[in-house]
Design a protein around this ligand. Structure first.
Ligand SMILES: NC(=O)c1ccc[n+]([C@@H]2O[C@H](COP(=O)([O-])OP(=O)(O)OC[C@H]3O[C@@H](n4cnc5c(N)ncnc54)[C@H](O)[C@@H]3O)[C@@H](O)[C@H]2O)c1
Ligand SMILES: [Zn+2]
Length: 373
């Protein structure tokens, strides 16, 4: 069998560095790939029902090929699984598997399974290892790297969590072949984000290759994942715990996006990545309206998001609320700092910066204008 070469990107976190391996076919070599971080032949795997339906047999075969077996915990698919009840279930499962600090559980799935399993791993035996095997584009380019883990509570999303880095990340773009197109598009929004943050060359690349990536081109997918992970690794290594402002750049589009997710009830009406796409378009247009960024850059951003089928204007969403109500959602953002809302704005494509003095009134007025279209 021909073996595709994998790209390895080192995430250089002081005290806890790890590799992200990216390559088509990695899932079929899973046993051999995780051997180095496993002490036992029986490994614990946490996944969701949808992912299990597509990939469980392949993972079992790949582990068997390396003389390993899996104990599976298969949870319901969906955001609601990031809950206290499922967190307890994962912890109890890991304890039943007799996992020790130097062992590692495998999280096979999207951001939901990665965030939940990683959080459980941060606590069981006061912290055991975990391997991320991300199977959504969003998880491969974003959530599997960087060590943020969390669950949701009735009061909001990701309100309880921990920083806990994985010991290894294995991203196989071929697993995306079974992912619904809508989730591919949503994950792609986070890819575009890296170009907008500080890499205009990568934004150019997105304009040229984004449509092919969405359509399923394997080379475009692999390149996008590798470039995105390299960007995230660099940013996270510079500011692991979001204390200096560098890591905050990753939240571009997320303040607007989060308000829209809240307004739509964190439902299927607006996926996280769709909210981020809209949020980046709004951040660009707000930056333009504030005289910070040339109009043609904002136009280019909106045009690219539309070209790949992502929402890029509030009219795409058909909301029945006003700008003040959306702005009020931002007040509950956990990134609020002593009453002011740090906001990510742009001076141009690839020139995102953290503005600390944005007035919520100006944001509300801007959103009213956007809603009026
Ligand atoms: N930790 C971080 O840094 C970070 C960053 C961004 C987002 N997140 C979190 O990630 C979550 C969203 O992640 P997501 O978009 O991956 O959602 P998800 O994990 O819910 O996956 C989306 C859907 O795709 C299915 N799926 C996964 N892989 C599949 C495959 N290969 N084939 C077919 N179906 C598949 C899942 O079952 C699910 O129904 C949110 O909870 C968000 O808060 C975390
Ligand atoms: Zn995001």
């Amino acid at each position: 069998m021909a073996v595709n070469p994998a790209t390895t990107i080192r995430v250089d976190i002081a005290g806890a560095p790890y590799d992200v391996r990216i390559g088509a076919g990695l899932i079929d070599r899973l046993g051999a790939e995780v051997r180095g971080v496993m002490r036992k032949d029986q490994v614990a795997v946490v996944t969701d029902a949808q992912v299990a339906g597509h990939w469980r047999a392949r993972v079992d075969a790949a582990l068997a090929a390396a003389g390993m077996t899996a104990r599976w915990l298969v949870l319901p698919a969906g955001e609601a699984t990031k809950s206290w009840a499922h967190l307890a279930q994962v912890c109890d499962f890991l304890i039943a598997c007799e996992i020790e600090r130097r062992d590692a559980v495998i999280a096979l799935g999207g951001g939901v399974i990665g965030d939940l399993t990683g959080f459980a791993a941060s606590m069981v035996k006061r912290g055991c290892g975990f391997v991320q095997v991300p199977t959504t584009l969003l998880a491969q380019v974003d959530s599997s790297v960087g060590g943020k883990t969390a669950i949701n509570t009735p009061a909001g999303k990701n309100l309880v969590g921990a920083f806990h880095q994985p010991v290894l990340v294995l991203a196989d773009p071929a697993t995306l072949d079974t992912l619904p197109l809508r989730d591919i598009r949503a994950g792609y929004a986070e890819v575009v984000k890296y170009g907008l943050i500080d890499d205009v060359d990568f934004f150019d690349w997105c304009e040229a290759h984004g449509p092919a990536l969405i359509a399923g081109d394997p080379a475009a997918r692999t390149t996008a994942i590798a470039r995105s992970v390299a960007a995230k690794a660099r940013i996270v290594a510079a500011d692991e715990r979001e204390t200096t402002g560098v890591r905050a750049l990753l939240n571009l589009g997320h303040t607007f996006g989060h308000a829209l997710e809240a307004e739509t009830g964190f439902s299927d009406r607006l996926l996280h990545g769709e909210g981020v796409a809209l949020g980046m378009a709004l951040a660009a247009r707000f930056s333009q309206a504030q005289g910070l960024m040339p109009g043609q850059d904002a136009t280019r951003i909106v045009a690219h998001l539309r070209a790949v089928g992502l929402p890029a204007s509030l009219r795409d969403l058909g909301l029945a609320c006003d700008g003040r109500r959306l702005a009020d959602h931002m007040l509950h953002d956990k990134k609020m700092d002593a009453g002011t809302l740090p906001f990510l704005l742009l001076r141009g494509i690839g020139q995102t910066f953290l503005a600390r003095d944005v007035s919520l009134d100006a944001v509300a007025a801007f959103l009213d204008a956007e809603l009026a279209g």
